[in-house]
Design a protein around this ligand. Structure first.
Ligand code: AMP
Length: 477
């Protein structure tokens, strides 16, 4: 393979791209006025049919970049699997599928199918028999389908690897090989990755032809993030530092990154025992628990989420106030990627990193990467232990009814805010007390202000939605 070419085009007007007019019109209705840097650089070569390596993290607009290239290439009338996006986690696959559906909503009859682990295999076979244009999924499950012959990729002309570095970190290399060797050689291949370890270079050389390289400088790091670094001596000091810092920085939503699943669970348990509103997110948890955890964190019923890097990939929360690196990241790119989850969309964010003597060299790597000098800070005094316990403002109620029972968000809001009929009605619930509402297939979740929790539980249990009552329960943190 020759050296990758670098694309430097930077026109930011979507109209310059010669996209199908329905796609273009829909972009305006989505509020996408200008291309983001990664879109401006990657769309022209992708639309021209080139293979491409893109360096972009969550938040750069990379999904819409490859999503538009994919949709422009698709021949809707040919009902065959023409493109496939491979993602490291189910959460990311769901987000990618959602973004593609959003981009495609002005074009009729485009069928996107997600194939991920953690969901039953049988129904996926049924869906595949009905056919699709686009597959989005995780490598393990897709490999199972291609090996069993339930997924045939003979008509695939576009393959996209999203967050390729994470897929390799998660041990998906063999699965990727197995899948890719069952796709046509003359396909177009796009690879997106936040970091570029040697393994990625090797893979891209073996599966791509003359790729164009698009890099959006990681120095784009938003300056709205305040960073602080603290040195600790040992594990118990590390935990104490975390506790003091969380008490000293009162926030609504914080993520603590840990290195291993075991450590993630242990830190979560310890914080829980110390009175924090906290949940853990890692790969040993059942998919349903992971989904519920993400939902409860997003609806602000949980303040602290302790997570592994990999599990946190699916996290897409606009107002994350604080990121804590329980162990400092092993290089500048991962560091920037982690802390980039806070301070989004111009909001103020804070990032805290802890390191011990053995990890001090990583501080040097980050100093080099970010071209800055890092001065370790002084930990808050133990007086902060007198601060109030860190508790969430909201609580989540689970309702055992969802789309299948024709429950809609409006029904839930209506049941909660209906005037009390009982004489001892007491507190009334207003729209302001009700947070995010998620309606899923057979369940729904609603966040309510803790102050009205008991009343809300009673109203939902006693009241009717769609002419019937549903079982409800409070998800205790
Ligand atoms: P991503 O990096 O793909 O996770 O995208 C980050 C967010 O930016 C998503 O919520 C997209 O809907 C949004 N987005 C993508 N492209 C644009 C654009 N050109 N203008 C405004 N928002 C965008």
């Amino acid at each position: 393979m020759s050296e990758p070419k670098t694309n430097t085009k930077t026109t930011t007007d979507f109209a310059s791209l010669n996209l199908h007019k329905d796609l273009l019109k829909n972009l305006i209705s989505l509020g996408y006025q200008k291309m983001t840097p990664i879109q401006a650089q990657s769309l022209p070569p992708m639309l021209a049919g080139s293979d491409l390596i893109g360096q972009g993290k969550t938040g750069s607009g990379k999904t819409a970049a490859f999503g538009l290239a994919l949709l422009e290439k698709l021949q809707v009338k040919r009902f065959r699997i023409q493109s496939m996006v491979l993602c490291p986690t189910r959460e990311l696959a769901d987000q990618v599928a959602k973004e593609i559906r959003n981009l495609a909503r002005a074009v009729h009859n485009i069928k996107v199918l997600t194939l991920c682990g953690g969901t039953p295999f049988g129904p996926q076979i049924g869906s595949l028999e009905h056919g699709a244009h686009i597959i989005v999924g995780t490598p393990g499950r897709i490999e199972e389908h291609v090996i069993k012959g339930t997924l045939v990729l003979d008509d695939l002309n576009l393959l996209i690897l999203d967050e390729a570095d994470r897929m390799l970190e998660m041990g998906f290399e063999a699965a990727l090989d197995n899948i890719i060797e069952r796709t046509p050689l003359d396909r177009q291949t796009l690879l997106f990755s936040a970091t570029f370890p040697k393994q990625i270079q090797a893979i891209s050389e073996s599966i791509m032809t003359d790729p164009v390289m698009v890099q959006v400088a990681s120095t784009e790091e938003p300056s709205s993030i305040t960073q602080a670094f603290y040195s600790v001596d040992n594990d118990s000091e590390r935990y104490d530092a975390l506790r003091l810092l969380l008490l000293d920085n009162p926030v609504e939503s914080a993520v603590v990154f840990c290195n291993t699943k075991k450590e993630t669970q242990a830190v979560c348990n310890q914080l829980h025992d110390d009175g924090f509103s906290v949940l853990a997110l890692h790969g040993d948890l059942e998919q349903r628990d992971r989904d519920q955890t993400l939902l409860r964190f997003a609806n602000k019923s949980v303040v602290v989420l302790v997570a592994t890097d990999v599990a946190a990939r699916g996290l897409d929360i606009d107002s994350l106030d604080l990121v804590v690196n329980y162990h400092i990241a092993h290089d500048a790119e991962v560091h920037v990627h982690r802390i980039g989850r806070t301070g989004r969309a111009g909001a103020k964010g804070k990032a805290i990193s802890l390191f011990n003597d053995k990890e001090r060299y990583k501080v040097g790597l980050i100093e080099d990467g970010l071209d800055c000098v890092i001065e370790p800070g002084l930990l808050p005094s133990i007086d902060v232990l007198n601060n109030a316990r860190v508790q969430a403002k909201m609580s989540t109620i689970q309702i055992d009814g969802g789309k299948k029972q024709k429950v809609r968000p409006g029904d839930i809001l209506g049941a909660l805010t209906a005037k009390s009929t009982s004489a001892k009605g007491g507190v009334e619930i207003t729209g302001k007390d009700v947070g995010k509402i998620h309606v899923q297939d057979i369940r729904s979740y609603v966040a309510v202000n803790k102050k009205v929790l008991k009343h809300a539980l009673r109203k939902l249990a006693e009241g009717k939605m769609k002419g019937r009552s549903f079982k409800v329960r409070h998800l205790v943190v």
